[in-house]
Design a protein around this ligand. Structure first.
Ligand code: SAH
Ligand code: SF4
Length: 335
């Protein structure tokens, strides 16, 4: 174990037992670690806890967006590397966008995190601590804690599968923050082994899959790992996920001017996705330094949306732009 913050409840019980301590203390230890609650513990448990590695993430920089509802945080990890997390939303309905890795190995050309390359996976403790940091900010403003989570920050969450699942186990635990499973979305580039594994975990999370191209050639030019996980196989994995979970999969489509925003793309996309249990989310490209393409005009986005509505059999929405002025939008996070 790296840190005691990495342990979901049952693993914490086991850790106490291995030390010859009574596992019934696990609830209080868990509340101390994950609700930052002061609890009474026997001296032996207190001594054990004091020996365990614990940490909090420190703020390097906080950047509020001019939109008034988005704030980006650059946070320092225990090894002094940094990650970004984003807080979005109004009072009582806050969403935290969490990072799962420092950088990303998937190399999507339009994404600032992909442009950084892969540095390392985050630990479970580092993932949950992003929420604790954000909740601390909210508490200081007398606002209610985060209710929704999106694994859409830096990194490919399904490439760091177990630490992400353990972190979500901790964050949804009724002894801790008790965030609803249905309030959590995991976004993936289309990591097929991860999607199939996620379909098997006992808890049901929303899944968002990034598509961005209707042919393997077009998608492969944007998402290099399309070679390994091509469109047909990704959509089959989505079908298996939604059949198993009895819920639709979100499909993300980043709209890039002159690349995948034509009328023909809209029609072909509508055809490709029709009849599937999906919800399409259109995301106009957010600018990043390493990619020179631009987002389409508002009219083009509206036209694309309308064409999909007419030709598709599934719901489609345009993701609201948030935090773009401070680089807190989808795909703009880097450190
Ligand atoms: N690695 C995961 C989650 C992080 S990215 C994934 O790729 O899904 C979250 C979403 O932002 C993905 O849908 C991704 O395709 C999209 N995205 C990345 N860069 C973007 C950019 N510059 N503009 C708009 N969306 C972007
Ligand atoms: Fe990684 Fe997602 Fe960015 Fe692709 S879009 S490089 S998978 S973080």
């Amino acid at each position: 174990m790296n840190s005691v913050l990495d342990l979901p409840f049952t693993a914490l019980q086991e850790a106490l037992e291995i030390e010859g301590l009574n596992p019934t203390h696990a609830t209080k230890v868990f509340q101390f670690l994950h609700l930052q609650k002061s609890v009474e513990l026997p001296p032996k448990v207190r001594a054990w806890l004091a020996e365990q590695k614990q940490f909090v993430l420190n703020e390097v920089r906080s950047t509020p967006s001019g939109d008034g509802v988005t704030q980006k945080f650059l946070l320092q990890l225990p090894d002094r590397q940094d990650v970004e997390s984003v807080l979005m939303g109004f009072s009582g309905r806050h969403t935290a966008c969490l990072s799962s890795q420092v950088g990303c190995a998937m190399g999507c050309v339009f994404c600032a995190t992909g442009q950084m390359g892969f540095r390392r996976h985050l630990t479970t403790g580092e993932i949950v601590s992003q929420v604790y940091f954000i909740n601390e900010q909210l508490r200081a403003r007398n606002e209610s804690p985060v209710r929704n989570l999106v694994m859409m920050g830096m990194g490919e969450p399904l490439h760091n599968f177990q630490p992400v699942i353990d972190a979500l186990d901790i964050l949804t635990d009724t002894r801790g923050l008790c965030i609803g499973h249905s309030h959590i979305t995991i976004s993936t580039v289309g990591h097929i082994p991860g999607i199939l594994k996620l379909a098997e975990v006992p808890r049901s999370y929303h899944l968002s899959v990034s598509l961005h191209g209707v042919t393997d050639e077009e998608r492969g030019a944007l998402i290099p790992v399309n070679k390994r996980w091509p469109i047909a196989d990704v959509l089959e994995a989505c079908r298996e996920y939604s059949a198993k979970r009895d819920q639709h999969v979100l499909i993300a489509w980043t709209l890039i001017a002159g690349v995948n925003d034509s009328d023909d793309h809209a029609r072909r996309l509508a055809e490709l996705l029709s009849g599937r249990d999906i919800h399409l989310n259109l995301i106009p490209l957010n600018p990043t330094d390493g990619y020179s393409e631009q987002p389409p005009s508002e009219e083009t986005v509206a036209r694309f949306h309308e064409l999909i509505r007419c030709h598709g059999t599934f719901p489609v929405t345009v993701r609201q732009k948030r935090g773009i002025d401070v680089g807190a939008g989808c795909g703009q996070l880097a450190s």
